[in-house]
Every structure is written in C-alpha cells, then in structure tokens.
Design a protein around this ligand. Structure first.
Ligand code: PRP
Ligand code: URA
Length: 215
C-alpha cells in the first residue's frame, strides 16, 4: 500500500487479486450474485491492509512444547460501519477476517437531484472515543456521503476513523482531504472523474442497485 502522489490522504490498495476481481465487478454483464461475492472478496483483501496498524498486546501461549510470548489484537475495539445500503455488501468480507469486530450502521443516501447526502439512521456502540472505526462504502463519488458519515462519527466522539471504498473519484478524495484531512482513505482504484449526474467514470454503475438487484 502506498500513498498516492497527488492525494496525501489516499492509499490505493493495489494487488493483482484486487485488480482481477475489480475487472469483473466493473463489467456490466456481471450478475447480482457474482457482484455481491466480488464486493465481499475485495473488501476482505482490503481489510488486511486497512487493519495493518491495529494495536496488539503480548499474551503468553502454551504450545505443545513450552510457553511462548505471542501477539493478539488489543481488546475488541474495532467497529465496522457500513454506509447503507451499498456498504452492507462489504461487511461480511471484513468480518471474515475480524469476527470480533462490532458493527455500527449509518443510513445516508444521496439526493438524486442535488447530490447532497441525506442522513436517516445512525447507530454505533457507546464509548466511541476509545474505538477504531472502519467506515465502509464501495463508492466515493462527490464525497458528500462519506464526509457526512465521518462528521457524524466525530460528533459522537470517534477519534480513530478510516474510510474504505472500492472505487474513488478524484472529486471525492479531494472533498475528504478538504473536510477531514486527518482521515485516511483506502481505495481499490482511483477512477478518472464524475459524469454530469455524479456517477464515477469508468466506475461500476450504481453499487446499491447492482448489489441488491433493484434496477
Ligand atoms: C451511493 C454510494 C455512496 C454514495 C456515494 O449510495 O453507495 O453512499 O452513493 O456518492 P457521493 O460520494 O456523491 O455521496 P446511494 O446514494 O446511491 O444510496 P443507496 O446505497 O441507499 O442506494
Ligand atoms: N454512487 C454509486 O453507486 N455509483 C456511482 O458511480 C456514484 C455514486
């Protein structure tokens, strides 16, 4: 994982497996079932990088031969937070690596005309200030939804937040950099730009509709 030369807040998680799966995710012919599986698989692969700097603590483990010092993730502080709806598609993939994580939910949709985020639900575990949050949404387009979700987490006391998406537009990355320069953004790909309706080009279309078969 490396920082992007034009975007100091962006880490593109570049791996042959991710590139391969992303190519099928983008294809318009990929059916819903396969689309869902790919979102999960890419999220799982990215979670490996997104959790690279989680704190560990020393424990003593008895092997069949002797006691030894070993490292375990400290406590169960990680909270995975999908932005509804499409972020839900990434949850199982992340939990397959970190089954002990808690799951919060943020309901935000983007108004089709104004492209402004509209919040309708927010539920996270208490004592947010002591936890690490991994915010999930496959798409970072204008950045309005991600920025509003981060704002909501910060308002509730969260101090450690990272945002993980599959496809990012430069417009959204810049918006996050401007609104929340302290928040790392992880993406599987940085795409070219937004079209006049706010869709990412080349992108993969409407992630929620493709995940849930609503179009
Ligand atoms: C999509 C996507 C993001 C948002 C990105 O959700 O899952 O949440 O758009 O766009 P932005 O960066 O311009 O805010 P959508 O609004 O379609 O809601 P849905 O998942 O409920 O369909
Ligand atoms: N939301 C999506 O699901 N896709 C886009 O391209 C932009 C926003």
């Amino acid at each position: 994982m490396s920082r992007h030369p034009r975007h100091p807040n962006l880490h593109v998680v570049d791996h042959p497996l991710i590139r391969h799966k992303l190519s099928y995710l983008r294809a318009r012919t990929t059916p819903t079932k396969e689309f869902k599986e790919l979102v999960d698989e890419i999220a799982m692969l990215m979670a490996f990088e997104a959790t690279r700097d989680l704190e560990t603590e020393e424990v003593t483990v008895r092997t069949p031969l002797e006691d030894t010092a070993a490292q375990r993730i400290r406590g169960k502080k990680l909270v995975v937070v999908p932005i509804l709806r499409a972020g839900l598609g990434m949850v199982e993939g992340v939990l397959s690596l970190i089954p002990g994580a808690r799951v919060g939910h943020v309901g935000i949709y983007r108004d089709e005309d104004s492209l402004q985020p509209v919040e309708y639900y927010f539920k996270i575990p208490p004592r947010a200030e002591g936890r690490d949050f991994l915010l999930l949404d496959p798409m970072l387009a204008t950045g309005g939804s991600a920025s509003a979700a981060v704002e909501g987490l910060k308002r509730r006391g969260a101090k450690s937040i990272r945002f993980m998406c599959l496809v990012a537009a430069p417009e959204g990355v810049r918006r996050m950099e401007q609104d929340h320069p302290d928040i790392p953004v992880l993406a599987a790909a940085l795409d070219r730009k937004l079209d006049e309706s706010g869709y990412i080009l080349p992108g993969l279309g409407d992630a929620g509709d493709r995940l849930f078969g609503t179009r």
